[in-house]
Design a binder for this molecule. Structure first.
Ligand code: FES
Ligand code: FES
Length: 166
């Protein structure tokens, strides 16, 4: 399909976002990031490099951390997408968010939604991650502010909070 045709041809995407079923009609060349932010008002998902490099736009697609700027909306049809907006519990920050606040895992906060989603996926797979595992997982996401130490501490603290609350 030519770029012009992809921009005018519309498709319907049926997707579950943070547990809520959504159906949207969008141009065929729409990426998931724009579907979430522009069509669904989910501005917690951050747009930064928009080239799949920085990880600020990370969401979980069927549980897998994915740069939402690098995935066409049509490819998530029938999938479950989790974003930072779904990490709150009864309007209160969830354990990963609380851990980042407690350990100062953010400064400008631009990378934080992506880091929170990455941490969520990491702790599902490794509830008690080693320092090496944390470093390896977060290496896909760029933070320009913290020097990463406080982010690493936040991940370990989130693991503790989740275990305490289990
Ligand atoms: S905005 Fe998607 S990876 Fe940077
Ligand atoms: S806190 Fe600013 S980019 Fe990470």
């Amino acid at each position: 399909m030519s770029a012009d045709r992809a921009a005018t041809h519309r498709i319907t995407v049926d997707v579950e976002v943070d547990g809520r079923r959504r159906r949207e009609e969008v141009p065929a060349n729409t990426v998931l990031l724009d579907l979430l932010r522009d069509r669904m008002g989910n501005t917690g998902v951050k747009a930064s490099c928009e080239r799949g490099v920085c990880g600020a736009c990370t969401t979980l697609i069927d549980g897998v951390p994915t740069a939402s700027c690098s995935v066409f909306a049509f490819s998530v049809d029938g999938c479950s997408v989790e974003t930072v907006a779904g990490q709150t519990e009864a309007d209160e920050p969830g354990p990963v968010q609380r851990a980042f606040a407690e350990c100062g895992g953010f400064q400008c906060g631009y990378c934080t939604p992506g880091m929170v989603m990455l941490t969520t996926a990491l702790l599902r797979e490794h509830p008690e991650p080693t320092e090496e595992q944390v470093r390896e997982w977060i290496s896909s996401n760029i933070c320009r502010c913290t020097g990463y130490r406080m982010i690493i501490d936040s991940v370990h603290r989130a693991a503790e909070l989740i275990r305490e609350e289990a």
